[in-house]
Design a protein around this ligand. Structure first.
Ligand code: ACO
Length: 428
């Protein structure tokens, strides 16, 4: 029998169905509350509101658990490849060898973008932030693939759009970087792996015989896996809500990129390095910045600290911290910014303000340090995050479409003026 939750209001009792997930998460179904009791719920920032039922990613913020389709993030980061994880997220199961071979082949056959994309790219000033360029270029794919505008087409056609998105995003991302550097774009090499191809398109120049360093490719593979999905976060919710109006996958991904851009979400990795550099230039005075972060009259926040759902630790941060140590060690890099990061982490973790609020380093605290070591410029960090998050966005969009979810349209409590009569301008 379905469990119910009783709501007592205005002399009446309302029985609200209790929904239980496979990991015993519980929710009260309030979808009929307005019809039955004339009430809506109010939860700014959706801090306690479930927007959907999803079988993609499980996250337990209190225990620091993150699993994609049931597989732990630790296992996947240690043993799998990014394309294997992308397949898992999008289609629901780990691929067997034939499935992975065919998925990888299909992706490598679609990496090239239309030559006219270069004209669009040329229109952007070189100072353009690569996230803005990337979001625009992804949206522009609708012009080159007009059939993709209709998300109700056959599953084969939708799958074609999915494959093209995964195949072309590294090309568009690397080209947005080349535009910023005013360097000629590098065409994809389909003989290379996903990460190797991207690195080559980023760093190769016509004048240099570029060899991809396997340490860099392996670190990138791990970072992309760690970022691949994170259930109903700001950008995934954006992708779902944009897609719920039956906008195309490309348009939904483009919106996801825009949502990820902000410093409170994916943009934090760029903000972390900028903050650490600022501390270094300011004679490395960490305590001053800790005090600023605690001061309610100061808008400064310790970037890379805190998370909406992880209130004990971010499991991705644990893996990435070790990866940062490994990469810096293997590449023989000594980074003063990393020393500041380590000291800042120690001081913050022993401070009552941060302890009481459950503020710990998140994934972005360390990802920027690795990207720096790999030679990736600061304003490309969030683009790297977008590359990693792409399979998650696709999986969320596909699930929302397959479950025939209704258009996303929250309610509000209106607090403006009640009805007033119009007054002619001469009388005002
Ligand atoms: N530095 C200082 N104080 C902080 C920080 C921080 N980084 N984060 C939260 N707080 C404080 C708030 O001031 C608040 O204090 P109060 O209770 O005294 O008013 C308390 O901790 C709770 O903060 P909220 O903003 O209510 O928490 P919320 O869950 O809404 O925000 C967020 C989470 C946005 C991640 C926040 O911690 C933050 O701004 N962090 C820095 C940006 C960042 O690193 N973002 C990346 C997130 S990970 C990702 O998107 C991949």
């Amino acid at each position: 029998m379905t469990k119910k939750v009783e709501l007592h209001y205005d002399g009446n009792i309302y029985n609200l169905p209790l929904i239980e997930g496979s990991e015993n998460e519980k929710a009260i179904d309030i979808s009929n509350l307005r019809k039955d009791a004339g009430l809506i719920t109010l939860d700014k920032g959706f801090k306690n509101t479930g927007s959907t039922e999803s079988s993609i990613t499980f996250l337990d913020g209190e225990s620091g658990i993150l699993r994609y389709r049931g597989y732990s993030i630790e296992d996947l980061a240690e043993n799998s490849t990014f394309l294997e994880v992308a397949f898992l997220l999008i289609y629901g199961d780990l691929p067997n060898i034939e499935e992975l071979t065919s998925f990888t082949k299909e992706i490598s056959e679609h990496t090239l973008v239309h030559e006219d994309v270069k004209s669009i790219l040329d229109g952007f000033p070189s100072k353009s932030h690569p996230m803005g360029v990337l979001s625009s270029l992804v949206s522009s794919l609708t012009a080159f693939y007009p059939k993709s505008l209709d998300p109700n087409r056959s599953s084969e056609e939708i799958n074609g759009t999915i494959i093209r998105s995964i195949a072309k995003l590294p090309t568009l991302a690397a080209w947005s970087f080349k535009n910023r550097m005013r360097q000629p774009v590098v065409y994809p090499d389909n003989n290379l792996g996903y990460c190797e191809n991207f690195i080559r398109m980023m760093f190769s120049l016509p004048t240099v015989n570029y060899e991809v360093n396997p340490i860099i490719a392996s670190a990138l593979n791990k970072l992309l896996i760690l970022h691949a999905d994170h259930e109903q976060n700001c950008s995934a919710s954006t992708v779902r809500i944009v897609g719920s109006s039956h906008a195309s996958l490309y348009a939904s991904i483009s919106a996801g990129i825009a949502a990820l851009w902000g410093p409170l979400h994916g943009g934090a990795n760029q903000a972390v390095i900028e903050m650490l550099e600022q501390i270094r230039e300011d004679s490395g005075d960490i305590s001053k910045y800790i005090e600023k972060a605690k001061d309610k009259n100061d808008s400064f926040r310790l970037m890379g600290f805190g998370h909406r759902v992880y209130k004990n630790f971010d499991p991705r941060a644990k893996i990435i911290k070790k990866a940062a140590d490994d990469v810096l060690g293997q590449l023989g890099i000594e980074d003063p910014v990393l020393d500041i990061a380590m000291k800042l982490e120690q001081v913050a973790l022993s401070d009552d303000y941060f302890k009481d609020r459950g503020l710990y380093p998140n994934v972005d605290f360390y990802s920027g340090i690795i990207y720096r070591a790999l030679g990736i410029p600061t304003d490309m960090f969030t683009v790297m995050f977008a590359l990693g998050r792409l399979p998650g966005w696709i999986a969320q969009w596909k699930e929302m479409r397959e479950n025939h979810e209704p258009i996303g349209r929250p309610r509000q409590i209106y607090t403006g003026p009640t009805e007033r009569s119009y007054v002619m301008i001469k009388d005002r």
